[in-house]
Design a protein around this ligand. Structure first.
Ligand SMILES: O=P(O)(O)OC[C@H]1O[C@H](OP(=O)(O)OP(=O)(O)O)[C@H](O)[C@@H]1O
Ligand SMILES: O=c1cc[nH]c(=O)[nH]1
Ligand SMILES: [Mg+2]
Length: 209
């Protein structure tokens, strides 16, 4: 079963509190989502392989570490996932980016796909799929399946707020995918919104409500 990593770093928790507050408008919401994503990416990439190379400092030659040419990809789930993309790219600027367009039908709660464009060499890449919200897990599970059908080397899922129901769904459908989240909340409400959550991440990022 995939592991769940919850981030208890004070900076992440502080910024997440500001992000959740209903007083926070779109500009600040975008900035906070970006900053939290960068901080999380630092940990999500902790297991990247390194190799020793020889360099010359101004003083002498030394053996030093470099990342061992690992090919990465970042896949935001549109639209709200875009709010996490630049924050991750700040730390991994050479990663390729794929996009999956999905929205959750408000009546059936089923994910509806409207766009998919992934790097052609996805089978040589380790991917980080990003979406701020893991609610029922329907969107994440569907996105992970589209991606898996193209045989990437490995996949991690990174979100800001997860519900226990969404974690259970991803662990059941995709036991090989680890989940990285800034918080695991209490439950879903009758409209499948995360409680206490932060509301509709896409609307808060882009001011559409
Ligand atoms: O786990 P689930 O129950 O599937 O819900 C989570 C999904 O809902 C939100 O997207 P939304 O459908 O609001 O689309 P948007 O990003 O375009 O706003 C969110 O960004 C996730 O993709
Ligand atoms: O709480 C939720 C659930 C689904 N999508 C959101 O944006 N927020
Ligand atoms: Mg939305």
């Amino acid at each position: 079963m995939g592991e769940v990593f919850t981030f208890d770093h004070p900076l992440i928790q502080h910024k997440l509190t500001l992000l959740r507050s209903k007083e926070t408008g779109p500009k600040e919401f975008r900035e906070l989502a970006d900053e939290i994503s960068t901080l999380m990416a630092y940990e999500v990439t902790r297991d990247m392989p390194i190799r020793e190379v020889e360099i010359e400092t101004p003083i002498q030659t030394m053996k030093a570490n470099k990342i061992a040419g690992k090919k990465l990809g970042i896949v935001p789930i549109l639209r709200a996932g875009l709010g996490m993309l630049d924050g991750v790219l700040k730390l991994i600027p050479t990663a390729k980016v794929g996009h999956i367009g999905l929205y959750r039908d408000p009546d059936t709660l089923e994910p509806v796909e409207y766009y998919c464009k992934l790097p052609t060499d996805i089978n040589e890449r380790d991917l980080i799929v990003v979406d701020p919200m893991l609610a029922t897990g329907g969107s994440a599970s569907a996105a992970l399946q589209f991606i898996k059908d193209r045989n990437p080397r490995g996949i991690k899922f990174m979100c800001l707020v997860a519900a226990p129901e969404g974690i259970e769904r991803v662990q059941k459908d995709h036991p090989d995918v680890d989940i990285f989240t800034a918080a695991v909340d209490e439950k879903l409400n009758d409209h499948a919104y995360i409680v206490p959550g932060l509301g509709d991440a896409g609307d808060r990022l882009y001011g559409t409500k």
